[in-house]
Design a protein around this ligand. Structure first.
Ligand code: SF4
Ligand code: SF4
Length: 418
């Protein structure tokens, strides 16, 4: 029995995940977001049939460049609804060329904190953990020079991949450990943190290979609990970025390459075998599933099995923040029963919350007492829903309660004073 204090142990379903390399998928075109909502097209200056190079900047979205992820021909724009990002105006680009646009490469001693942030922005690097531009996160965390809190600030490249299906992070860290670690070092330089490491849950032999490649002290091993603990010392402040974002930063700094592709695990019981695919951002999810010979009648889930969202449209584009695509066969829907007060949700909650109590207070509209139970500390890991013997979606209820912040009654009547 593995050791864990909070969280759940998921059944291991990765099979031969460790031998699974990364295969590149050729695509016929991509659909790239240009703007959120129903804004006017920011690329109206570009006529249809304009040739674009892979990595070419098309426009800016919230100060981050939108770059073409293939070389080809601009076909036009289209409005879509994305299950993770809502309404988007997208550009359709046909992949029919081989032109590439790269950034200049600077010597390492010229890579100051400011320069690294600028290159992370110009390279359009997104963190796969949450789909947020990497430069934005690093800039937000950045410490002033000579700040002593740097000693207790740890930047962690998360290569744990502790969902039962995913294996893309393992594949990345095994394929290009030195370049990914260089990216992590540079991200730490940009934030001025003095400590950083790659967190992984690889088995012993692979871990040894990784330690040999990047140094023993730079690898932190986690157990197989879900969700994982990325650092043991409670006095430290841990900041987490994805291993793919680190690799993208390493590639941008060393090779001048922009972040144009994701490495995605395509898995689930509707596929004959899981695969890790390197695919340009904007590729249709359906193209991934077709390449992996998914059986018909499956349900698509974007993200991992614990917190992923369902997707009904196979034309949905693959965007930053998605590293697992699941094709699952239909299964009986469980009818949730009443809470039996077993307390298991509280026992597994890594945030130390009392989920059943939060749900009870929320259902009974005891909002004034909800605040003391800190539902806002819930990070939506879903361990409580997984463990609940009554089949209740406890996590969804806790998240809903967290959004009210226990101030529902206080907010009522505010309109009267406007
Ligand atoms: S989803 Fe929230 S309440 Fe449930 S176990 Fe995770 S952190 Fe705790
Ligand atoms: S695990 Fe489910 S049944 Fe048990 S206390 Fe929590 S909500 Fe109630």
């Amino acid at each position: 029995m593995p050791l864990f204090q909070r969280g759940v142990v998921l059944p291991f379903q990765k099979g031969k995940a460790l031998e699974r390399g990364i295969e590149s998928l050729d695509v016929t075109g991509v659909r790239l977001p240009l703007a959120a909502g129903d804004m006017d097209s920011p690329i109206s200056h570009l006529a249809a049939d304009t040739p674009v190079a892979c990595g070419q900047e098309l426009c800016r979205m919230d100060d981050t460049p939108v770059v073409s992820t293939v070389s080809g021909t601009l076909e036009g724009t289209v409005a879509i609804h994305h299950p993770l990002y809502g309404s988007l105006l997208c550009a359709d680009i046909r992949a029919d060329g081989d032109a590439e646009d790269r950034l200049p490469v600077l010597p390492e001693d010229e890579l100051t904190a400011d320069v690294i942030l600028q290159i992370a922005r110009d390279a359009a690097i997104y963190d796969e953990l949450d789909g947020i531009p990497l430069w934005e996160k690093l800039q937000q965390w950045r410490l002033p020079e000579n700040d002593l809190t740097a000693l207790h600030s740890v930047l962690v490249a998360d290569a744990t991949e502790n969902d039962i299906f995913g294996s893309s992070a393992w594949a990345v860290v095994m394929e290009q450990p030195k370049l990914a670690f260089f990216g992590l070092q540079m991200a730490a330089r940009a934030t001025r943190f003095s400590r950083y490491h790659i967190a992984t849950m690889l088995p012993k032999r692979r871990r040894r290979t990784l330690k040999h490649a990047i140094g023993r002290m730079n690898v932190y091993t986690v157990g197989d609990e879900y969700p994982v603990t990325l650092f043991a010392d409670r006095d430290d402040e841990v900041y987490r970025i994805g291993i793919q974002a680190c690799l993208a930063l390493g590639r941008a700094l060393k090779q001048g390459l922009r972040h144009t592709a994701a490495i995605v695990t395509v898995a689930g019981d509707a596929l004959p075998a899981p695969r890790n695919l390197r695919v340009p951002f904007g590729t249709e999810i359906g193209a991934l599933l077709t390449a992996c010979q998914a059986k018909s009648g499956h349900q698509i889930i974007l993200g991992d099995s614990m917190v992923g969202v369902t997707c009904s449209d196979p034309h949905t584009p693959l965007l930053p923040g998605i590293t697992t695509v699941l094709a699952m066969l239909p299964r009986p829907v469980r009818v949730p029963g009443p809470c039996i007060g077993c307390g298991r949700c509280a026992a597994v909650c890594p945030a130390g919350l009392l989920p059943y109590e939060i749900v009870r207070r929320s259902e009974n509209m005891h909002y004034e007492r909800l605040q003391h139970l800190s539902p806002g500390d819930c990070d939506g890991c879903a361990a409580c829903s997984y463990i609940c013997p009554a089949g209740r979606d406890v996590a969804a209820e806790v998240l809903k309660a967290g959004q009210t912040k226990g101030t529902v009654f206080l907010n009522w009547g505010e309109d009267d004073y406007e």
